[in-house]
Write a protein that binds this ligand. Structure first.
Ligand SMILES: *[C@@H]1O[C@H](CO)[C@@H](O)[C@H](O)[C@H]1NC(C)=O
Length: 360
């Protein structure tokens, strides 16, 4: 019942009326405390009036930034940096802070194009009023509606649909967009995102910081490891855990090799298998398809785990080394802790990017 307490805290903080969808009640406990879980909420459009964000300053390109004159307003401009983020009610404040942090640290903020995946189109006007000159597009993502995109057996199995949206970026985004940076909603970027953008993927389809010292076994069940028809997928690979909250994705390769379907196929196996092959939600299918085939990105681009692990209020320190991105993965979120007046020390690094207006 942990999630009920956390939701009630969220309600009072955000003062918004939400109706929990029936699917919420069926979350297994492991899902309810998942680090990157975006819980499913239904909300009526007018409720967004209760969210008020301060207008962000306008961030301008430095002189040396180039936008090709012809395509200045087009998503197909090859000089653009593409960033995809989900926007939902529970993580809205985090997503807005993430965008704010990216703009603030970019030498060429007007060259960043945002792709927002939303469960409710009402969020578009909120983004527009918070970032009046932002280049962005909003994509409606709801598995019930995206019938052509998502195989029917998978559609029925999705418990936190927005968590899976990253799997469908190659289909949702225009085909002229051939690379995208996917970012979770509980992070801030404190470096120029164009550096992450220009990272070489060395021929791989996705890039992410890898954690090869993490115990990879625990992400899958005994049933999975004991059936060689399943675990044989890792034969000849050196699979390492990676966090799917920060990924550079080659969408051209992704489309060419049909990775969306490959990930869906594992979700179908999980659903039809006599016994679960993994316990967590959206991460393991990515590990099954990509672990061992990931272009390693510097760890500075995902200083993860700052939310603490499952124990409400447990504070984490930074990993050693330089920091370009701070990620509050884990159960605690900085905006909730700051509101509760019991922040962790590093939450003060998130606060400057917060645009939420409490007095709404
Ligand atoms: C890794 O995790 C598995 C399953 O939880 C455990 O049985 C194994 O002992 C762990 N290995 C190491 C090296 O910690």
């Amino acid at each position: 019942m942990l999630w009920i307490m956390r939701f009630s805290g969220f309600f009072s903080a955000a003062m918004v009326m939400v109706i929990l969808s029936p699917s919420l009640h069926s979350f297994p406990p492991a899902e309810a405390i998942r680090s990157d879980s975006h819980r499913r909420l239904s909300i009526s459009a007018h409720s967004f009036d209760n969210f008020y964000f301060r207008k962000a300053p306008v961030f301008r390109n430095a002189n040396e930034c180039r936008l090709s004159e012809l395509e200045k307003s087009s998503v197909c401009d090859p000089s653009l940096v593409h960033v995809a983020i989900t926007l939902d009610v529970e993580y809205l404040r985090g997503s807005i802070a993430a965008v704010h942090s990216i703009l603030q640290h970019s030498k060429c903020p007007e060259s960043v194009f945002f792709h927002f995946l939303v469960p409710d189109m009402g969020l578009e006007s909120l983004v527009r009023s918070t970032f009046p000159e932002l280049k962005f597009r909003v994509y409606y993502f709801d598995p019930e509606r995206e019938r052509n995109l998502i195989s029917s057996s998978v559609r029925l199995a999705l418990e936190q649909p927005l968590n899976y949206a990253r799997n469908y970026l190659a289909d949702l985004l225009e085909t002229c967009v051939t690379r995208v940076i996917y970012l979770d909603s509980d992070l801030v970027v404190v470096d120029d995102i164009s550096k992450l953008w220009s990272t070489s993927l060395g021929g791989k389809t996705i890039g992410a910081p890898e954690y090869c010292h993490a115990n990879f076994t625990k992400y899958f069940t005994e049933h999975f490891w004991s059936d060689s028809r399943l675990s044989g997928v890792f034969a000849g690979r050196n699979p390492c855990y990676f966090n799917t909250g920060v990924m550079v994705m080659d969408l051209a390769k992704w489309r060419r090799y049909g990775y969306t379907r490959r990930i869906e196929r594992w979700m179908e196996i999980q659903k039809t298998s006599i016994s679960r092959i993994y316990e967590l939600g959206s991460l393991p299918p990515f590990l099954l398809v990509f672990a061992g085939h990931v272009a390693p990105i510097e760890h500075r681009w995902n200083q993860h785990g700052l939310g603490g692990d499952n124990v409400w209020g447990s504070c984490r320190d930074l990993h050693p080394g330089p920091v370009s991105l701070l990620h509050w993965s884990g159960s605690g979120k900085p905006w909730l802790r700051l509101d509760s007046k019991r922040p962790c020390p590093l939450d003060s690094l998130w606060a400057p990017f917060d645009l939420f207006a409490h007095s709404a």
